[in-house]
Design a protein around this ligand. Structure first.
Ligand code: DAR
Length: 357
């Protein structure tokens, strides 16, 4: 990185205070890096420099990046996740301890669209931002070998749909579009300027695909922002059953794949620091026509409740018809899976009460 780039980061710090990479970039620490470490770090923050409006502005490129650059990255992670004390990610999947039935909040909430996903990266490949096309396809092939065994499982049997040109599992462009419209398959990542500069969307669509169970409620994205996005999607109100479905599938799949990348402090290693820890995003779609009439105000109010709000069309989308919005707990690091489930339940109850006041 040139002296000019260091000056640019200082400019970003003043012009875009929300860019946490720029806010916490420590040039004295950076100057202590050797050439190889500087090259690694330059790659990690390229998106945050190019995209000055970034929220985080940094992506991990190797499984060990968070531990290797902890001194520089820790303040950025603490700032985003609002953590002051020791960071020691814990895990709790005991879905029987506390019943979270949305229908108990209001009978009108007994049939909503619910989704919970975890991000995972395997330790024996670079993360998506630093993969070559061959590595993307090789990883996909390793994932397919695991799916071939999952297909035989009576509760998770299904099929793998690849968008890699020439793959034995390649689907048509029409089928891909149908799956995207059904909110199952991820969109063309090359439309995301942050992922483009970070290299995470490179070689699209090579090495990308999706496993979907026969009952369509257990899905695995291959080659999106992380190596794997493992998710359960259900219509209903029983959060316990949704989380149990995900956990059971994650347990089966983790026996079939190479070891996942983890950090002693930060838990599951993810491309973006916003997903560290549980690596979990739990969300549901709510019709909030009154509150969603002013999305900025709704986002502010939800933030007070520890919730993030976005349109039902995904990150960067607006409210849908009838004020349909996607709500999810913001915290992912330093909270367990069951705490996230509880926060989703409690946050839904609070927003629903505000909507129906
Ligand atoms: N746009 C990037 C990432 C923000 C969080 N969203 C993710 N990881 N999909 C930024 O640094 O602003």
């Amino acid at each position: 990185m040139s002296e000019q780039t260091i000056e640019i980061i200082k400019q970003i710090r003043h012009q875009h205070p929300g860019n946490l990479m720029a806010r916490h970039f420590d040039e004295h620490l950076y100057r202590q890096f050797d050439a190889a470490k500087r090259q690694r770090f330059d790659q990690m923050i390229a998106s945050g420099i190019e995209n000055r409006d970034s929220q985080m502005g940094i992506y991990a490129m190797q499984p060990g990046d968070y531990d290797d650059f902890a001194e520089m990255i820790d303040p950025m992670i603490r700032d985003f996740h609002a953590i002051k004390g020791e960071i020691r990610q814990q895990h709790d999947w005991d879905t029987t301890a506390k019943i979270c039935d949305l229908g108990a909040i209001d009978p009108r909430l007994k049939d909503v669209s619910m989704r919970v996903r975890v991000a995972r990266n395997v330790a024996n490949f670079p993360l998506p931002g630093a993969m070559s096309r061959n590595e993307r396809v090789e990883f996909e092939n390793q994932a397919v070998a695991a799916f071939d065994q999952l297909i035989a499982n009576p509760t998770f049997g299904g099929s793998y749909l690849s968008i890699t040109p020439g793959s034995a599992h390649e689907i048509s462009a029409q089928e891909y579009e149908r799956r995207v419209a059904a909110h199952q398959m991820f969109k063309d990542m090359s439309a995301d300027k942050y992922l483009n500069v970070a290299g995470i969307s490179a070689d699209w669509p090579h090495g990308r695909g999706m496993y979907v169970s026969s009952d369509q409620d257990f899905l695995v994205w291959v080659g999106e922002e992380d190596h794997l996005r493992i998710m359960a999607m259900q219509h209903g109100g029983n959060l316990n059953a949704l989380f149990a479905r995900l956990h059971d599938g994650l347990e089966v799949l983790s026996q079939l794949l190479p070891a996942f990348a983890t950090s002693p402090a930060y838990g599951n290693v993810t491309s973006c620091p916003t997903n560290l820890g549980a690596g979990m995003r739990a969300s549901l779609h709510l019709q909030l026509p009154k509150l969603a009439a002013d999305m900025d105000n709704l986002k502010q109010q939800a933030k007070q409740l520890g919730l993030a709000v976005r349109g039902a069309g995904g990150e960067h989308s607006g409210a849908g018809a009838g004020g349909l919005v996607d709500i999810s707990p913001s915290a992912r690091l330093g909270v367990t899976e069951m705490q996230i489930m509880q926060r989703l339940y409690d946050g839904t109850a609070q927003l629903w009460a505000m909507e129906n006041r």
